[in-house]
Ligand binder design. Structure first.
Ligand SMILES: O=C[C@H](O)[C@H](O)[C@H](O)COP(=O)(O)O
Length: 323
């Protein structure tokens, strides 16, 4: 156990891990500004850890840091997540800096990575007095837009978007085909992306694979109308094998209900050699299937962050296989 501070017990190992992950990162330069107190309210970390890390960063760089960005960098109990979250943050910051321009209609994706993007956008809006309309892809995204006082749009008033920035669960290098929906959001994400000039995916390196399914073992999310769930399950398993599992809610008894009032089947596929467009088309023609989490030929570029604060650009280099 580490030394005590006015805020309680300080866990030295956790502090060192967070500090090491942050100190050489390029985004440290962009962290100035937000009020310490407001940011602490959002933080999952203890005050002792946050204050100690920020003091170390402040001393080593002579800058004042945005605590909200730092507070989202690690989980409160497990500092091994620091690397992945620094990677997500760098990718999301880079995407906002590179793609967001004044006057834009921007789609805001869902998940944990996009939170960093919204934070960066809020900062840019303030610093540069930008005017950007944000169209959400989920209830979570809508709430983020409201919380960060961004301008909330929708597809009725803004049916054409300049760009959408979103996360992904797995990305196939070469084709940039993605699996999305691990957090239960996929249908609205796909609708908004389909209305956008560009779809930019932001992620950490753990999501990159040569073939879908190499790392993501939770299956392809498929949003279904609840009363059609059982027959859809059977049809999928008969056609392709594997198991289509009804996703259960973590905090309520029973199935997870999506933002659209539907269920999700996670199809855990037995192989990695599929023609994904055929699989997607087969699923889509089953009555009751609303959408699949396969994003094929939609992504324009992926920005992949690493724990050192570098961001790599992935472009599409291969055609998607067609039957
Ligand atoms: O349902 C969730 C969305 O498709 C997310 O964009 C995806 O799961 C990636 O989320 P995260 O950024 O948390 O890895």
């Amino acid at each position: 156990m580490g030394p005590s501070s006015v805020f309680g017990v300080v866990h030295q190992e956790q502090i060192d891990a967070i500090y090491d992950a942050l100190k050489n990162s390029h985004f440290v330069d962009s962290l100035a500004g937000f009020s310490l107190r407001r940011s602490l309210m959002r933080s999952g970390l203890s005050k002792s850890i946050l204050f100690t890390v920020v003091d170390k960063l402040r001393l080593s760089s002579g800058k004042y840091f945005n605590m909200s960005a730092i507070s989202f960098t690690v989980g409160p109990k497990n500092c091994s997540t620091a690397g992945a979250d620094v990677s997500k943050m760098c990718a999301a910051h880079h995407a906002i800096d590179k793609h967001v321009k004044d006057g834009m209609i921007l789609g805001i994706g869902s998940g944990s990575t996009i939170v960093y993007g919204v934070q960066r956008l809020a900062q840019r809006m303030k610093d540069e007095n930008l005017s950007v309309v944000c169209v959400p892809t989920s209830y979570q995204a809508r709430q983020l837009i409201i919380d960060y006082k961004l301008t909330l749009g929708n597809l009725d008033t803004n049916p054409k978007l300049d760009c959408t920035i979103d996360g992904a669960d797995e990305i196939e290098v070469g084709t940039l085909t993605c699996i999305k929906g691990g957090g239960g959001c996929l249908t609205q994400e796909k609708i908004v992306a389909s209305c956008s000039e560009k779809l930019i995916i932001v992620a950490d390196g753990a999501k990159e694979v040569n073939r879908l399914g190499q790392k993501w073992k939770k299956g392809i999310p498929i949003e279904v109308i609840p009363m059609a769930c059982k027959p859809i399950q059977q049809k999928i398993e008969e056609k392709y094998g594997g198991e289509a599992v009804l996703r259960m809610s973590a905090d309520k008894a029973g199935p997870l209900v999506t933002d659209n009032g539907n269920f999700i089947l996670d199809w855990c596929f037995p192989d990695t050699k599929y023609c994904w467009s055929s699989v997607h088309n087969y699923f889509k023609q089953i009555p009751g299937v609303v959408e699949t989490g396969l994003f094929i030929d939609m992504t324009d570029e992926c920005l992949i962050g690493d724990p050192q604060g570098n961001v790599r650009l992935l472009k599409k280099t291969e055609q998607t296989l067609e039957l």
